[in-house]
Write a protein that binds this ligand. Structure first.
Ligand code: NGO
Length: 517
């Protein structure tokens, strides 16, 4: 043991004391008491302790391109938080003194499953896929950061033991409305970084609405030249070029987050109707809109040019969206007569399929004749919802009164809306997607998504304070089996994550429900 301690002799005064005793430093947490979120499926602590100096290299088994990038990021992480260099030892055979990252195809049938083992002189992260290994490294990173935040200069070791883990739901999403207010590529990347800490794996982009069109469509340039130029309140708006969008898609993919593009149709389309007169039934362009009413706009369902427009948009966006889904909105089309809406949707969903995407939409789609694989997003109570059951559609739960991050925490919250009630931290955590909507078959539910609508959200701090900490709870609902989730235990673990967010300079809602450390 002494040689490790010698190695870090000059680093802090504490190590001096430790060296004189020449004892293995105590870890800040025992592994099964570490406040990890999401809570892993199984954590077994051991008596072993891994001094930080015990690890000198990182080696990969079954490496591929993506794994190499992840390894490099992890080396940077380790250096930043432990001040130790890790040698990238791809071919090393002996695992002692190393972090080993191993892809083992026979490890588990589950894509994202992983095993993390910490022993006195080595760490192993194993998964069936690179994605599984990535989730395991995120757990290890969280353990390091939480230990460091609590231990300060006393953080010199990690606790031994074994974590085996896999998610409950394959879809654990967040949604960002960039139409009501526009957010820069840098803001989006920052949000993605934070989501990846908590193992969120989908980011749904609400790219168009009455107030703004936010993605460049080369065949319809006025959509952004006109429709991208304002936002709620009359600010200057903005849009992503296709290159920006590709950059976001890649950044997210490197963190195993899939982007889901949404173009909201046929309602919520005033920005498009203001950009092109021919999309209106009366042939006249509308005025740009900067208010927050909904349900007043519609594409002209009877005009053939509408379908040329829809196809061009779906084609161009599909070409730069490697993910499986294309979201076509469908919510609150109050001024589109039902039979027109259904006709429009049938054609539009066929176009989505033509470009090899799985259609996705808000639950209002159920009145139309939809392909069976369509993913429906449940967001509000509705009598009609049970109609989806015979269709065997898959459901994504985004209940306004449980998942909407734009709902105020309480009556004192300055930002946000409250039409679906207040959403304090406990309410946002303490529920089960399986039982929330009556009459749904559990096999239909593929996961949950937390939307952040941005009528009142103007900058990154606003995003952060509404999302955090509620999205952390949503991430745990999506990952951790309901039988393992208990509010008191979660509230205790969460109390350590305020410091984590502060260290990242992320504003969060310091609710009094939590005894923040
Ligand atoms: C509704 C509406 C959005 C609003 C949001 C505000 C859906 C699916 N459509 O949710 O346009 O922005 O509420 O909470």
């Amino acid at each position: 043991m002494c040689h490790f301690i010698k190695k870090i002799f000059f680093v802090t005064a504490f190590t001096l004391i430790a060296m004189s005793a020449c004892n293995t430093p105590e870890p800040v947490y025992v592994l099964d008491k570490a406040p990890l979120i999401p809570l892993p499926s199984s954590v077994v602590a051991s008596d072993e302790v891994m001094p930080l100096g015990a690890i000198g290299s990182i080696r990969t088994i079954g490496a591929d391109e993506r794994l190499n990038a992840i390894t490099q990021n992890f080396i940077n992480f380790w250096k930043k938080h432990t001040q130790q260099d890790l040698l990238d030892a791809v071919d090393a055979i002996d695992g002692d003194g190393a972090i080993t990252i191993e892809i083992d195809k026979s490890f588990s049938p589950e894509q994202e499953a992983y095993k993390l083992e910490i022993a006195s002189d080595k760490i192993t992260v194993k998964g069936k896929t690179t994605e599984g290994v990535f989730r395991g490294l995120k757990t290890l990173e969280q353990l390091v950061v939480l230990s460091k935040l609590r231990g300060g200069t006393l953080f010199l070791s990690l606790p031994g033991g074994e974590i085996t883990d896999q998610p409950t739901y394959g879809y654990r999403g967040a949604m960002l409305d960039v139409a009501r207010h526009f957010f820069s590529v840098a803001d989006v990347k920052r949000y993605i970084d934070l989501l990846s800490i908590y193992k969120i794996n989908f980011l749904h982009f609400h790219l168009s609405d009455d107030q703004g069109w936010r993605i460049e469509i080369k065949s319809w340039p006025q959509l952004t030249e006109i429709g991208g130029q304002t936002e709620v309140g009359g600010g200057e708006g903005g849009f992503y070029t296709q290159e920006d969008f590709k950059e976001i898609v890649k950044y997210a993919a490197d963190r195993f987050i899939t982007i889901v593009p949404e173009i909201d149709l046929p309602g919520h389309t005033n920005a498009a109707l203001a950009s092109y007169a021919e999309l209106n039934c009366n042939g006249k362009a509308t005025e740009l809109y900067t208010g927050i009413e909904v349900g007043f706009s519609t594409l002209c369902v009877d005009k053939e040019v509408t379908y040329t427009f829809v196809e061009d948009v779906i084609r161009e966006i599909s070409e730069i969206s490697p993910g499986p889904y294309f979201h076509i909105g469908g919510d609150e089309s109050h001024v589109t007569p039902e039979k027109d809406f259904n006709r429009f949707m049938s054609r539009t969903l066929a176009i989505v399929k033509k470009y090899n995407k799985t259609p996705m939409g808000w639950y209002e789609l159920i009145t139309a004749d939809i392909p069976e694989e369509t993913l429906l997003q449940y967001w509000a109570k509705t009598e009609d919802f049970s109609k989806v059951i015979p269709k065997k559609s898959k459901i994504l739960i985004s209940a306004a009164s449980y998942n909407y991050l734009d709902m105020k925490y309480d009556s004192l919250t300055p930002l946000g809306l409250s039409w679906a009630g207040y959403l304090p931290i406990k309410k946002a955590y303490d529920w089960d997607p399986l039982t929330l909507v009556p009459d749904l078959d559990s096999t239909q539910i593929i996961g949950l998504e937390a939307p952040l609508w941005t009528e009142t959200i103007e900058d990154f701090d606003d995003i952060a304070v509404m999302a955090f900490p509620r999205i952390i709870g949503h991430a745990e609902i999506g990952w951790t089996n309901a039988t393992l989730r208990k509010w008191e235990d979660y509230a205790h673990r969460l109390s350590f994550h305020g410091q984590l967010l502060e260290a990242l300079d992320v504003k969060y809602h310091p609710a009094t429900e939590i005894d923040w450390k």
